[in-house]
Design a protein around this ligand. Sequence first.
Ligand code: HEM
Length: 448
Amino acid sequence: MTSSVSMEMKLPPKDFGMPILGHLLPMYRDMLEVPTRLQRKYQSNAIHINMAGQEYVMLLGPDANQMVLHNQDDSFSSAGGWEYIIGKVFPGAIMAMDGGHHRYQRRIMQQAFKKPVLVKYVESMNEIAEQRIGQWSRQNAEETFLVYDNIKNLLMDFGVHIFLGVELGKDSEKMVQHFVSCVQASLAIIRAPVPPFAMWRGVRGRRQLVKMFETMLPEKRASNTPDFFSQFCHAESEEGERYNDQEIIDHMIFLMLAAHDTTATALTAMFYCLAKHPEWQDKLKAELATFGDKPLDYEDMEKLTTLSWVFKECMRLYPSVPSLPRAVVKDINFEGYTIRAGQKVSIYPIHTHRDPAIWTNPEAFDPLRFSPERSEHTRHRFAYVPFGGGSHMCIGQHFAELQTKSIMSQVLRQFRWSVPDGYEMPYQMAPIGKPKDGLPVKLVRERG
Ligand code: HEM
C-alpha cells in the first residue's frame, strides 16, 4: 500500500449492474454469488460497483481484509463507511467513530467486558436460558418449532435482563417496537426521514428510546448490577475516564443493535447445521455429559471445545455481518489499482470464508477444521473474520460465544431436533442473515 499515486493510475474495473439499483437486489438475494461472479469476470480483487446510488469498491480476499481492518496508515474511516447506514438512528455509535475519539470510547467500554463481569453475566444467562428453554416444547408439543422466532424472543429476554437489568413490564413491548423501527431504518433504501417511510419511523423510534433510557438512568447510576447499562454507568478506564449520560444512552442503543440480530443469526445457523448433521448433536451431547447435570459456570464454558469449533464453523459459513464498509481517507494502492480518497469500499467476510484457496472443501460443514491439528483459520491472519479485526474488532465476541454456549448447552441437554431429508434452509444473507422460512424443525424433548 502506498499513499503516493502516479499520474498513470489504474482504476478498478467498473461494473454498475442494473440501472438505478445497481447490484443492490442481487446482493440482497445472494451476497456470495455477486462477489464470486464479479471476481471471476474481471479476474480482479477490486471491482467498482453501484448499490442504489452508493458507489463502493468491492475488495476481495484476505489481503484486502488485512489492509482495511488492520488500517495501518489510518487510510480507512469507519465513520465514513457506517455513517450513511446507521448515522441517523444510531448517532454516537462506537462502530462509526475513528482515531483518538474511538480509542477513548473503547477504553471505557472495555471495562464492561472484563472477566469478573462476564462471570456474573454467565450466571444470569444460565438462569434465563434454563427457565425459558425449559418451556419450549411444552408450548409446541409435536408441532413444528420455528427456530428463528423463538431465538429472537429468547434473546429479547436476555436483552432486558443482561443488557438493561430492569423489569420493563408493559414498556417492554414498546421498547422492542422502537428498537425494531431503528433497525429497519438503518436498512431503508429511501434515506430521507419523511413520513411514512422507514427512516422517519426509525428517527421517531430513536427519540422514544432516548426518553426511556433517560428515565431509567438515575436509578442505574445509583445502583451497581451485573448488566451492561449499570456497567456503562460505572465504567472507568485506567486513566479515570467515564461516560457522560448522553454517551451511556448512545452506547446502550447501539449495543442492542450490535448484539441482537448478530447473535440470532449465529444461533439459527447452529440449529440448522446441527439439524443437518445430527452426529454433531451427539458429539456435543457427549461433551456436555462430562459435566453431569451441574449448571455450567464461566470456567466450564471455556472447556466446551467441541462446541467452540461448531460455533466457529457456523460463523464461517453464515457470518452475521457478511460485508463491512469503510471510506478511504488517503489514496491507496491495492494490487496495482488506485483507490482515491473519498471513495467507499467494502470487504466481504462471507466471500473469504468460502475461498477454496484457504479452506479445504469450503462448502462442507466441518468443525474439525478449527481443531489444533488442522487450524485452517490460521492459514492467513485475516482469513477468518466473522468478528472483524483491528481496532473495531467486535468488543462482544467473547460475550457472544458465552451467550451462545449458555443457550445451546441448555437446548442440547433437553432436546434433539431435525429437519426433513433434503431440506435446505432458504437463507437471506443481507442485510441481516436469517432464514426466510423461520427455520422450521421438529423439536423432540429427551429430558426434563
Ligand atoms: C455472533 C455475534 C456477533 C457477531 C458476528 C458480531 C460481529 C461484529 C463485527 C463484524 C464487528 C466489526 C464491525 C466493523 O469493523 O465495521 C462488530 C463490532 C462490534 N460489536 Fe459485535 N458481533 C456479535 C455480537 C456482539 C455482541 C453480543 C455485542 C455486545 C454485547 C457486540 C458489540 C459490538 C460493538 C460495540 C462493536 C463495535 C466495536 C468498535 O467499533 O470498537 N457484538 N461486531
